[in-house]
Write a protein that binds this ligand. Sequence first.
Ligand SMILES: NC(=O)C1=CN([C@@H]2O[C@H](COP(=O)(O)OP(=O)(O)OC[C@H]3O[C@@H](n4cnc5c(N)ncnc54)[C@H](OP(=O)(O)O)[C@@H]3O)[C@@H](O)[C@H]2O)C=CC1
Ligand SMILES: Nc1nc(=O)c2c([nH]1)NC[C@@H]1CN(c3ccc(C(=O)N[C@@H](CCC(=O)O)C(=O)O)cc3)C=[N+]21
Length: 286
Amino acid sequence: MEKKIILDGIVVAKHVKDQLKDRIEELKGKDVVPCLATILVGDDPSSETYVRMKGNACEKLGILSKRIHMSKDTTTQELLEKIAELNNDPSVHGILLQHPVPGHIDERKAFEAIAIEKDVDGVTSLGYGQTAFGFGEYPSCTPAAILEIMDFYKLSAEGMHAVVVGRSPILGKPVSALLLNRNATVTTCHSYTKNLPQIVKQADIVVAAVGKPNFIKGEWIKEGAIVLDAGYNEGNIGDAEYESCAEKAFAITPVPGGVGPVTISMLLKHTVHAAEKIAEIQGKHK
Ligand SMILES: NC(=O)C1=CN([C@@H]2O[C@H](COP(=O)(O)OP(=O)(O)OC[C@H]3O[C@@H](n4cnc5c(N)ncnc54)[C@H](OP(=O)(O)O)[C@@H]3O)[C@@H](O)[C@H]2O)C=CC1
Ligand SMILES: Nc1nc(=O)c2c([nH]1)NC[C@@H]1CN(c3ccc(C(=O)N[C@@H](CCC(=O)O)C(=O)O)cc3)C=[N+]21
């Protein structure tokens, strides 16, 4: 077999961010500073870490980060009002509502309230629908990251059997749609799937998006398959058991250092794109 490829998310993320630098400078020349608003509700420590990482990544590149932290007893109504305020704020180009929000809040209703032109995280049903139809501007960031990694390493999905384990609205479902649009044959698995190991065994491409540490085992992986692990569990552990899967795989993403860093770079890329569109509109009105 050819040499195994470790798909290095830090290298891919750097490549994406390097390409944004000139675009950000050009925007600043037009007096537009790209700005991402992040909303964190409650005080879950790992969510706080993710949101902080996203904000820091923005600032490092010259993107403004407007960080909104709301208390854990925020009501759905209060959250909707905050989102409306950000929708109407012309200095904000992208809005990210960190998932999950506390259980008493209607998360879907809150996601749906984000204006489509600011939905850089691809969480609205319209954004998802556009992604599924193949013309969306901002697919959700982790699915976009998975394709970015494949593109960087010139791994084609065409004609491949892709098995996605997980069907959440911001990960499993949209990544299934993106792979289908790349002409893969896609099987989406979930908690009701029977014979999961046998299905995974048929995969040329496995996407792990389960939310359970070390869930996908090396014995399930076909020799020479590509393993893309979106999982991110307590203690920096992926959803695929790395050592045993790496033995079988032709290419694999590690955790950490795989899909995670690229996810953040996609968020930055989408925010810059959203700012460019605003700058273009403003230019036309001058
Ligand atoms: N790196 C990144 O940027 C990101 C990483 N993540 C990580 O990805 C993982 C998944 O996240 P997310 O999609 O939000 O998680 P969710 O919990 O929303 O979804 C998990 C999915 O896995 C399915 N599932 C659960 N148990 C099983 C099982 N035993 N067999 C088969 N399928 C099962 C569920 O099925 P059902 O629908 O039937 O309940 C569900 O569709 C997590 O580790 C998370 O931390 C998430 C977002 C971004
Ligand atoms: N609306 C919404 N959109 C999201 O995209 C979203 C979300 N909610 N909720 C939580 C998950 C989780 N997530 C991660 C992003 C980057 C890393 C990441 O960069 N991880 C580094 C490790 C960083 C470290 O811990 O030092 C790595 O894998 O190498 C991890 C996880 C985005 N999520």
